[in-house]
Design a protein around this ligand. Structure first.
Ligand code: PEP
Ligand code: MN
Length: 337
């Protein structure tokens, strides 16, 4: 971090600011110019509050050289993280497709969709049991029963399951869940992130509707700082002025996240698009941009779906989305060529 002092700051004040910053747990290296003094802060600056330094009346500007996240940072962990989920790998050249309905609705629905997405080549089954809905009158999910039904589908198909948590108090219900999803709306539920940091479960962390890439990485940092390194990042579209799609898929977030971080990056074309026919081209775009996986909504009867029917593929549609993907990866998910 670089701190530039205001021109002609008196020697006494320069010393005062230097000592004040030094008390923040970093070494302060001073460069004295003719009129301006510059401090180079050396050490772990992740705990240093930039705004607080900026608020000092003798400070002209502050610039971060090092990112505020450490555990999620590729600089400190150059090799790709490979997250293992029930024998499957994601990241570091391993690609996985997670598919299933937005919401778990009944046993027939989830087991039927599970069988079909598995046959098409998906590695993991998704399904929401706790649903974050804009309206309190909309279907809220089957909650604990939804998780039970997912576990049944897991026993039938052998597929690991991915489902969303909305409150830390529900954590005991997620004991047998393979991947815990943190949805867009909870990306900055810091108390929840801290609790998940204490588990060793793989966490699928979705980017918030209006959050920056750095904020997503800071949320990953919360989980990792707690001791859980198994974080998978998910770009699911952000809110923009565009109305042609439900959200705007930020394709550039994929290579940027992969450059800044070693964590696997999954793309959710379903929530980004909000429309079924866009799922296939957005999936292709995500793969071309370097994604490590996809999470796609599939329903056996989208017209009757209790949530997100408009963006849910039929199992037949999913078959055709998967065909070119299956040519790109082998049975273990290793990207070919
Ligand atoms: C979902 O996966 O069904 C979901 C609610 O996603 P998001 O949090 O990205 O909106
Ligand atoms: Mn959904």
């Amino acid at each position: 971090m670089i701190v530039v002092l205001k021109q002609n700051t008196q020697k006494e004040q320069v010393e005062e600011v230097k000592n004040w910053i030094g008390e923040m747990g970093v070494q302060v290296h001073m460069i004295e110019g003719l009129h301006t003094t510059v401090f180079g802060l050396i050490g772990d600056t992740s705990k240093v509050d930039m705004e607080q330094i900026q608020s000092n009346p003798n400070v002209e500007s502050v610039k971060r050289i090092q990112e505020p996240y450490k555990n999620a940072n590729r600089k400190f962990h150059p090799n790709d993280t490979v997250v293992e989920i029930g024998g499957l790998k994601i990241g570091g050249g391993h690609f996985q497709v997670i598919a299933g309905p937005c919401s778990v609705e009944c046993e027939e629905q989830i087991t039927e969709v599970a069988r079909r997405v598995k046959a098409a080549g998906a590695g993991m089954l998704r399904g929401g049991a706790f649903k974050p809905r804009t309206s309190p009158y909309a279907f809220q999910g089957l909650r604990a029963e939804g998780i039970e039904l997912l576990l049944k589908a897991k026993r039938v198909t052998g597929m690991p399951i991915v489902t969303e948590i909305m409150s830390a108090e529900h954590l005991p219900l997620f004991e047998e869940v393979d991947v815990i999803q943190v949805g867009a709306r909870n990306m900055q539920n810091f108390e929840l992130l801290k609790m998940l940091g204490k588990t060793n479960k793989p966490i699928l962390l979705k980017r918030g509707l209006a959050n920056t890439i750095e904020e997503l990485l800071m949320s990953a940092e919360y989980i990792m700082a707690g001791g859980n390194p198994n974080v998978i990042l998910c770009e699911r579209g952000i809110r923009t002025f565009e109305t042609a799609t439900r959200n705007t898929l930020d394709i550039s977030a994929i290579p940027i996240l992969k450059r800044l971080s070693h964590l696997p990056v999954v793309v959710d074309p379903s929530h980004a698009a909000g429309i079924t026919w866009l799922v296939e081209p957005l999936s292709k775009a995500a793969i071309a941009a370097g994604a490590d996986g996809l999470i796609i909504e599939v329903h056996n009867n989208p017209k009757k779906a209790l949530s997100d029917g408009a963006q849910s593929l039929t199992p037949d549609d999913f078959d055709s989305v998967m065909k070119p993907i299956c040519r790109l990866v082998d049975a273990e998910g290793k990207i070919l060529g």
